[in-house]
Design a protein around this ligand. Sequence first.
Ligand code: PEP
Ligand code: CO
Length: 459
Amino acid sequence: MTWSPDSWKSKPNTQEFLYENPAELDAALARLGELPPLVTSWEIERLRSYFAEAEQGKRFVIQGGDCAETIADCRSDIIANKLKILLQMSLVLIHAGHKPVVRVGRFAGQYAKPRSRATEVRGNLELPSYFGDLVNRPEFSPEARRTDPMMLLRGYEHAALTLNFVRSLSAGGFADVHHPEYWELSFFRKAELSQTLRDEYEQMTRRLSEAIRFMEALGENTVEELTRVDFFTSHEGLNLHYEAAQTRRVPRRATPYDLTAHFPWIGERTRQLDGAHVEFFRGIANPVGVKVGPSISEGELLRLIEVLNPTNECGKLVLISRLGASKVETQLPRLVGAVRGAGRNVLWMCDPMHGNTHTTASGVKTRNFDNILREVEISFDVHETERSTLGGVHFELTGEDVTECTGGAAGITEADLDKNYASVCDPRLNYRQALEMGFRIARRMRVSTAPESHRSNGP
Ligand code: PEP
Ligand code: CO
């Protein structure tokens, strides 16, 4: 079957938005198609080579950001704080894993959200659900919920503004973040934390500071090498109109690139083998991700791999498992085993957020720090047992002081959730929880990198 940037249109789409006025949609897409790309093919190729190395355990990937980015939150402080937490987590992981860490943001285009229901009912009124700022607006009114083609352009513009700021900050605006002694770590002293963990966190921070000072003493180039902040961009490629309009051939390359992001992914709800999303993604040169939930069979997974990476290239396909803390131990081994048994090259990442969402008695969607951590830790264990590699982690997080997930040393309880619940979609780790998660993953990584005779998971 021949592929084109539009061949997905003849396939079933479980998350279709109906644009009322085709002429208006065509005009927006025509404009989007002539605007400059957000990323370049050589950046995408660089990320693909990094992913290939992560597959072999030579790099580790951290991917993170909002569940749903919003145009309203396209603000300097919010963007800078998100980069800061990703950078700090990455430094902790570099130190623990003794390997370079690739940073991938869920930003500059994470504006389209799959929904479990196409419509939302409040009282007597039924309106289309909010599908993210790339599609419609969150207020509950017929005008706001209309699928508006102009949002494709607004989304693109705000992705460009975000990326412009990310690129500027990456080029040198982060000097103090390199110094753990300036990080806001005082919350580690809180009573909820065991003495053992508190001591460990302090020790890790001290060692990291010493290592960075040592690198500085060696000369600036080395420090810059260690902390050069490359950020790549990613989002769920849900609105295929948007993705297709920016999909182009570049000189001397046979396969077109989706130039809205370095690393677009297919969500758990849209990975049907005969569906529109798999059709679109099979034709682009970018590395692509697929979310893998507990309902997938081994056969289905292997067929997806065959369609999305038929030539078995390294660095091309990322499987992002999101199974839940209670299922990961039973479900991940069969999936990892099937992929390894078939000799397929994939980069495995763990998304410990989406299988661990629950609703409190008072109706608030939340996630617990310990469940999130447990899914990551068990994923490391399973990959080790199966002689596979866990090459990265994927988080919904923010650099702000929100109260959306419970637990962690910051001691957020269910009663605290309404203090500052700001997400328009899923609950995110806040700055402290995310940083602590970095320390906990570092602790688990050190178990793997320690010589066999020194291994102990500690108390
Ligand atoms: C998401 O990443 O926000 C998401 C919707 O995830 P999943 O497709 O895994 O449910
Ligand atoms: Co989400």
